[in-house]
Design a protein around this ligand. Structure first.
Ligand SMILES: [Zn+2]
Length: 282
């Protein structure tokens, strides 16, 4: 499942490569995503240029401009479990991507196209006005971005107060902090030395500070490396992410802890596989 670093690295590549291009035409070959794609999609985006690409949590926002609207159209994309967005030209190597799951295509004026593919259809392709992006049902209740100043120890200590939920569930709660999923939650807590199933309200101030301090460099490093490796995820150029090799606990059950050599354990917290080192994490 793509997480924040995957979407942010995709955003950065798109910001460099497609901003300023015009959408010549568009096609929706299958509307059946988590919510149906609007039947007016093609007509509402055609002849618009791409004015910018932004991100909120794991949502990618493609800002359009038709040269006349005061409040232009925006495309909001979410990639669900298995979605991808690839920019393709005649030489694109589509191996591993099943064309039967190319649901939405945007033809650009440089003879490339952006293709939204999602085999499992948990993703979203929505249209809204730019001024309304933050108030859509999907985005309106999201907590602060983990890379912003608003995500700090004072804030996290405040939301942890009185919460009986496990600390891992708390930092995966999109209303608490937006964009941290299962992988980075496990990794952050390992680096902070905090066991994932500790009750949030009992995590000390010092531990909260370590969690916040470890989150930002981990996400930034992962963004730099184009996200994590997943079978179904490719970055815009079709390359898989490379972060996988640097994961210290996620997916490493039974393997040696890279800090102390004890075995990494796997438990279930909030119905999600959770990896930790019982020696390094208290
Ligand atoms: Zn260890």
């Amino acid at each position: 499942m793509p997480e924040l670093p995957e979407i942010e690295s995709l955003r950065r590549i798109l910001a460099r490569s497609v901003v300023g291009r015009t959408i010549v035409s568009a096609r929706v070959t299958d509307r059946r995503l988590r919510q149906p794609v609007t039947t007016r999609f093609a007509s509402r985006v055609s002849s618009h240029s791409i004015a910018g690409v932004s991100r909120r949590a794991k949502y990618l926002i493609i800002e359009l401009d038709d040269g006349k609207s005061e409040d232009p159209t925006a495309i909001i994309m979410h990639f669900g479990m298995s979605g991808s967005l690839t920019r393709r030209d005649g030489k694109f190597d589509g191996s591993g991507l099943d064309e039967n799951h190319d649901h939405v295509e945007l033809d650009l004026d440089d003879d490339t196209k952006l293709v939204y593919n999602d085999p499992r259809r948990f993703g979203l392709v929505l249209l809204t006005h730019l001024s309304e992006v933050d108030s859509t049902p999907e985005l309106k209740d999201l907590g602060p971005e983990p890379l912003s100043e608003d995500f700090n120890a004072d804030y996290l200590a405040k939301v942890a107060r009185g919460r009986k939920t496990a600390i891992k569930n708390l930092i995966m709660d999109q209303g608490v902090v937006a964009g941290i999923g299962n992988i980075y939650a496990s990794e952050v807590l390992f680096r902070a030395g905090v066991q994932p199933n500790r009750r949030a309200s009992l995590v000390s101030r010092e531990e909260i500070e370590r969690i916040v301090a470890e989150t930002k460099p981990l996400l930034l490093e992962s963004i730099k490396r184009h996200g994590t490796t997943f079978r179904n995820y490719r970055d815009i150029s079709g390359r898989p992410g490379r972060y996988g090799k640097l994961l210290m606990v996620y997916g490493r059950e039974g393997e040696k802890c890279l800090k102390c050599g004890n075995k990494i354990r796997a438990i279930t917290v909030g119905q999600r596989s959770t990896f930790y080192c019982a020696h390094c994490q208290k």
